[in-house]
Design a binder for this molecule. Sequence first.
Ligand code: XMP
Length: 509
Amino acid sequence: KILILDFGSQYTQLIARRLREKHVYCEIHPFNTPIEKIKEFAPKGIILSGGPASVYADGSPKVGMEIFELDVPVLGICYGMQLITYLFGGEVVRAERHEYGRAELFVLDSNDLFKGLPEEFTVWMSHGDRVLRIPEGFEPIAETENAPYAAIRNREKSIYGVQFHPEVKHTQFGDKILENFAVEICGCEPSWTMENFIEYEIDKIRKTVGNKNVICALSGGVDSSVVAALLHKAIGDQLYPIFVDTGLLRKGERESVEKTFKEKFHMKNFRTVDASSLFLERLKGVVDPEKKRKIIGHTFIEVFEKAAKEIPDAEFLAQGTLYPDVIESVSVKGPSATIKSHHNVGGLPERLNFKLIEPLRELFKDEVRELGKELGLPDEIIKRQPFPGPGLAIRIIDEVKPEYLEILREADAIVLEEIKKARLYDKIWQSFAVFLPVKSVGVMGDVRTYDYVIAIRAVESVDGMTADWVKLPYELLERISNRIINEVEGVNRVVYDITSKPPGTIEWE
Ligand code: XMP
């Protein structure tokens, strides 16, 4: 396995993604991880990531020379390469011109890092500093027009540096370069596959759990579904999945979750807790979005806790924590302001006093999907668009009333049905309806109407952090609008939200 030391680059996670795609197991840890911990981890190779700092700046992140005495190969990327240069007595300077974007790389030596690659290809640069003089014992192994030291090597110590970013897709053969480092140079086995992962995790879960019982909050979303499926495979009916019907779910959602897990997966101890009246009761009169989130969050925990207490011998709680939540990222920005306090069924508080099982802790989202597929979960779940924990409550602007929920549910079902029919569901990050408690005048037949408004929202996004509204075909918008107005009583107007994020957020509340 490979250890990636993070110096705060926005691309660090991509290094791990690329390696894992090549079936090499790796983990990301902060640059200041103590050397004892690194020894314990016993990596076959170490990658020093890029980072925003300058090696000469006060307090810039550094590693000690011990790293290079572990007798394993080291690869420095961008800042990582500059750090190597600095530590070994070379010279790094501020580049007269920052170099961002494409550059043509000329390979000078294709014996190891560039093995099997063409002599010339495109790489992606992004740096302000550059190496002016390489340390003794190092030699250039690739160059670009602007950078005579685009890649360097110390053959004796097996230390490598690249000024460009092999982890980004814009760099041709970038994954191959990382694979060469891990497999050819470090001698890693490319054996990180889903089957191996499942086998290993199941074994681990069985050993941890023994004959005790495990509970989990199952929402029907990708992560909690995969956790449940994996645990069920490992310990069968020692798993007690709890599905809370908050009354804020979409049309048919409860039935479909029950069908999948009770009928298809034969989870004998699956239970639904219908708490919809409690949630609606507590949300009465609440308009403020943050208050809604807090109430829903607390109520959820309360309901779940009560249900959990009824389960005999439950000692463990399984959660769908993913790798991006786990990585101790090197923050260079400082704490960001709270835009929305997310409530998520994944995050139950520690005071519940269960021992945690988090089998997805090492996985990225797309690996979770792959795992789900391997475990036999239907596409309907694996490819599901994200749905917020507080559910429809934050898609009803104003107070959450049963009447509004009813309207929104029907309208939302039409949006999803039409988006699926148009084969756009998988291509869109999220698509849904929002209920606006505004009445406007219309005419249907010969009659004047005075009814509510439904807004349609469809966005494309990679991670939900930024998003753009989708240019849905007019014909599709027309069909959705017609159907909603004709089929959903109480609605006489449909509008399309054409706001990107930022400045808007994806949800309206
Ligand atoms: P925003 O609205 O902040 O949403 O642009 C970004 C992503 O997060 C989802 N979202 C939530 N998910 N609990 C959740 O579990 C929440 O309270 C919550 N609020 C927003 C939203 O659906 C989008 O995918």
